[in-house]
Design a protein around this ligand. Structure first.
Ligand SMILES: [Ca+2]
Ligand SMILES: [Ca+2]
Ligand SMILES: [Ca+2]
Ligand SMILES: [Ca+2]
Length: 247
């Protein structure tokens, strides 16, 4: 590929989009405690969360975020550094309108198949709430209504405010990767990860500071809007990016 074509591939909508993000292997697993003091994180590259997907564009104090990734056989590790001026959890029930509370939203498509995942587990949209629980939409209830499910076995999450910058939190997550054979019944085992595996991935943050509804929905990956909307990740895994696990 010549350099001009490479630049055209990388520069999309004015911001640099890392296509197929390479994720380094963690020889030592980071400790999921919301504290950024593991040496192993230093080998991971930071990526921005600067794509507006819904609502209005926030100032840097209102919301800004970046993230980095590592992996080992058992988990994909995520560290997000999130600045949010007001942390807001208006609905105590983790299953009720969780996207209108502050939450970190982690999109995973184990086989990078893309496609619809709104009411199936072809892919996952883990909404990790301020109480560290991970909620997604499952198959519809028998009466046809939407079923919201906690998938806390999939996601181990801890966040903590930084003493030096209290409006900034370090959010650390170990994500067990489940494939599309996952169901809500019976026992399921996460996939063992290995080098060169490609996984569909995207990250977002729902920021609300006191409104009835989410104020800003900021993401890590840009993609074309459909009917004027970029709020598509919870339905369509085709808008996710891809990560490649590297030894
Ligand atoms: Ca840590
Ligand atoms: Ca905010
Ligand atoms: Ca899939
Ligand atoms: Ca907020």
């Amino acid at each position: 590929m010549n350099i001009k074509l490479l630049l055209c591939t990388l520069i999309f909508s004015g911001s640099v989009v890392a296509k197929d993000i390479a994720v380094k292997h963690a020889n030592t697993a980071p400790i999921i405690d919301g504290i950024n003091n593991e040496k192993v994180w230093q080998q991971a590259t930071w990526y921005p969360m600067d794509v507006l997907m819904d609502g209005t564009l926030p100032s840097a104090q209102d919301f800004s975020g970046r993230y980095r990734l590592l992996w080992d056989e058992n988990y994909l590790y995520l560290q997000a550094e999130i600045t949010d001026d007001i942390l807001f959890d208006q609905h105590a029930d983790p299953l009720y309108f969780y996207w209108d509370d502050d939450c970190l939203e982690i999109f995973i498509d184990e086989d990078a198949s893309g496609g619809d995942h709104q009411t199936n587990f072809n892919a996952f949209a883990y909404h990790v709430a301020l109480d560290n629980q991970a909620i997604d939409i499952g198959p519809n209830n028998k009466d046809g209504s939407t079923q919201f499910v906690a998938l806390n076995d999939h996601v181990n999450s801890r966040w903590q405010r930084q003493l030096s910058a209290p409006n900034t939190v370090i959010w650390e997550v170990a994500i067990a990767i489940y494939d599309d054979t996952f169901t809500l019944e019976g026992e399921h085992t996460p996939v063992k990860l290995s080098a060169e595996k490609i996984i569909g991935f995207m990250l977002a943050y729902c920021d609300n500071d006191g409104s009835k509804h989410r104020e800003h929905f900021m993401g890590s990956h840009d993609f074309p809007a459909v009917n004027g909307s970029k709020n598509l990740g919870y339905m369509d895994a085709s808008v996710f990016g891809k990560i490649v696990l590297k030894k």
